[in-house]
Design a protein around this ligand. Structure first.
Ligand SMILES: Nc1ncnc2c1ncn2[C@@H]1O[C@H](COP(=O)(O)OP(=O)(O)OP(=O)(O)O)[C@@H](O)[C@H]1O
Ligand SMILES: [Mg+2]
Length: 595
């Protein structure tokens, strides 16, 4: 006995996932608008009925002509036909009027949900996701989806209603002729299935290519300084051109496949007309059928009226597959869930002046690269602690763990004996003033950039913070002028002083300074340091610095080496013990002395 060969499984056109996505979309973004949708449906039905009435009136009119009837009857027919189309015209105006509003509202709702969800996601998500992909979801894919569910669907429903009503009327008039006419239906369905299938696959690739492209543009534009210095403009141009090229090819493939629909419908309509003229003509000529000239002309007119909407409907189903892909893409953002969130009954109050302790902390950014394994250290409350160590040893990561930008894999971090994961995240983060190693500056004025960390601060407070950080003069000189994307119009030291001003303004009980003064000249650094000393008075302060002379008077110094705490103590003690710290210090001193 031989095993039955496994059948080649084709992805079903409307998979369970697609149906689930559609249901999700309906519940969240359309259901609440169902009274309006019902109204639209009603108006669409009126449009369909108008077509049917038009056919029936035309037949009466033709009969008046063929049977030499009274002119008055003909005039009546003309008036009614005109009135019918006026009604249809009115509906054609009202339907988009309502659907446009519904769809734009749906886009708005969808975007606000997406943005809300995006804000809740962990920092780690943004570090692994291309920004192009996020922009694409929130900008283009939602837009296309909205347009599709609005106008395209309303049109499709109108076309479907027209097809059903007019076909119904034709079947009622002449079932035999109608059946003869629709023998081509299976062929059209087959073509549609084929096209939809291909479109779905290609659309998916096209969306990925588009996301990569957007990301590429962002990277190139942001990295223009490096691009120019390295004279890599042609390379970047090529990279982007390659992106656009593959989008062009994929879009060609989608649209050329979609274009198969039209000729196949045209071809089948040719069949249908031939069958109707031939078969219907025979019926008129043969005495055994109850069919006259007016009847056959009306029937033919009816078929014409069915075919156009049928063709549009077929196109709609081609487009539907693309939009199912978009829907899936947009919804996939929700499969990302935040892990760093408020615990149930999270505390809002804790001893912000207490010791900060890391106990048996295990942490790695990725499974392949463990960083901390059983890290134990305590930063004393109200004192200045320093972390030193080679680049990549994990100094910045410790600071990130304290404010829960990442969660530890194992072990615990406590502030004043309260584990930080039992605190409200916003309250925890609110207790830190941070000068981060890579400073984020927004494209607004320096003033607004400082105020960002404390929007409620008074004008005096902001000036004081700016004076302390030695940036006030620059504010006076620049005024309200925005500082360029990512602060591109500022020097490194100016950006750093904005970050320091933010820390002054924030004035939170715990201060984290990661290479906070590394970009400043010595004179400025000295001035800022005396201001910083005033700020740190009585606060728990953790300083990360490469320049060891700047942390010599810290209450405690922690020395890290590839994620391990190798030494701790006061400057003088560490020097005496001639360990790693002493070596580092001597090396730096040699460097300064020029020996
Ligand atoms: N967001 C991240 N995702 C993955 N790995 C990271 C991330 N940030 C840092 N790392 C890795 O973790 C390790 C520690 O990085 P960290 O930034 O804590 O070092 P550091 O001691 O602050 O170094 P430096 O003195 O250069 O600032 C490095 O090997 C780095 O490659
Ligand atoms: Mg660092």
């Amino acid at each position: 006995m031989t095993e039955p060969k496994p059948k080649k499984t084709r992805q079903p056109l409307y998979s369970a996932e697609d149906r689930d996505n559609l249901r999700w979309f309906w519940h969240n973004y359309l259901k609440s608008k169902s009274p309006w949708l019902l109204l639209v449906l009603l108006m669409i039905l009126v449009q369909g009925v108008v077509y049917q009435q038009f056919l029936s009136m035309t037949e009466s009119g033709l009969r008046v002509i063929f049977e030499s009837g009274v002119v008055r009857d003909l005039v009546m027919v003309c008036i009614v036909v005109f009135f019918l189309f006026a009604v249809r015209g009115l509906m054609s105006y009202l339907v988009p009027l309502i659907t446009v509003r519904i769809s734009n509202q749906a886009i708005y709702d969808m975007r606000s949900d997406l943005i809300g969800h995006l804000m809740s996601l962990d920092l780690a998500y943004f570090e692994r996701t291309k920004s192009g992909e996020i922009i694409q979801k929130i900008v283009t894919q939602t837009q296309m989806l909205g347009v599709f569910v609005g106008l395209a669907t309303a049109n499709a429903v109108r076309d479907a209603v027209t097809v059903i009503i007019v076909s119904g009327y034709l079947i009622w008039k002449n079932p035999l002729l109608f059946t003869t006419a629709v023998v081509v239906l299976p062929f059209i369905i087959w073509i549609m299935n084929y096209v939809s299938d291909r479109v779905k696959v290609t659309q998916r690739d096209a969306e990925t290519a588009l996301g990569d492209y957007m990301n590429g543009i962002e990277e190139t534009v942001n990295g223009m300084r490096t691009v120019k210095i390295a004279s890599q403009e042609p390379m970047e141009q090529n990279r982007l051109l390659k992106g656009t090229g593959s989008i062009r090819d994929l879009m060609n493939r989608v649209q050329i496949t979609q274009a198969l629909v039209m000729p196949s419908i045209d071809l089948s309509s040719a069949f249908v007309y031939v069958l109707v003229i031939g078969g219907g003509g025979y019926m008129v000529l043969s005495p055994s059928f109850d069919m006259d000239g007016a009847g056959i002309i009306t029937f033919l007119l009816g078929m014409v009226m069915v075919f156009d909407p049928a063709r549009l409907l077929a196109q709609f189903f081609g487009g539907l597959q693309s939009n199912l892909v978009l829907l899936d893409r947009v919804r996939s953002l929700y499969s990302e869930t935040p892990t760093i969130d408020n615990a149930p009954n999270a505390l809002s109050k804790f001893d912000t002046g207490g010791d900060i302790a890391l106990r048996d902390v295990r942490f790695s950014y990725s499974a392949e690269q463990p960083l901390f394994d059983d890290l134990n250290l305590t930063f004393r409350g109200g004192q200045v602690s320093a972390i030193v160590g080679a680049t990549g040893s994990g100094k910045t990561t410790i600071l990130s763990l304290l404010s829960r930008l990442y969660d530890v894999n194992d072990g615990s971090i406590t502030i004043g004996e309260t584990p930080i994961d039992q605190l409200q995240v916003a309250k925890l983060r609110g207790s830190f003033s941070v000068v981060a190693q890579d400073i984020v500056i927004f494209n607004s004025s320096i003033w607004d950039n400082i105020r960002y960390v404390n929007p409620e601060a008074s004008e005096e407070d902001i000036w004081r913070a700016a004076e302390n950080a030695e940036i006030a003069d620059l504010i006076r000189r620049r005024g309200d002028k925005p500082v360029g994307p990512k602060g591109a119009q500022l020097s490194g030291g100016q950006k750093q002083r904005i970050a320091i001003a933010r820390a002054f303004l924030r004035d939170a009980p715990i201060l984290l300074l990661d290479e906070a003064t590394s970009a400043l000249d010595q004179a400025t650094e000295e001035r800022i340091k005396s201001a910083l000393e005033r700020l740190t008075k009585g606060k728990t302060t953790i300083v990360v610095a490469h320049r060891l002379s700047s942390i010599a008077d810290a209450d405690r110094i922690f020395v890290l080496e590839s994620g391990q705490l190798v030494e701790q103590g006061k400057h003088a003690d560490l020097l005496d013990s001639s360990g790693l710290y002493a070596q580092l210090y001597k090396a730096q001193k040699r460097g300064y002395d020029g020996r």
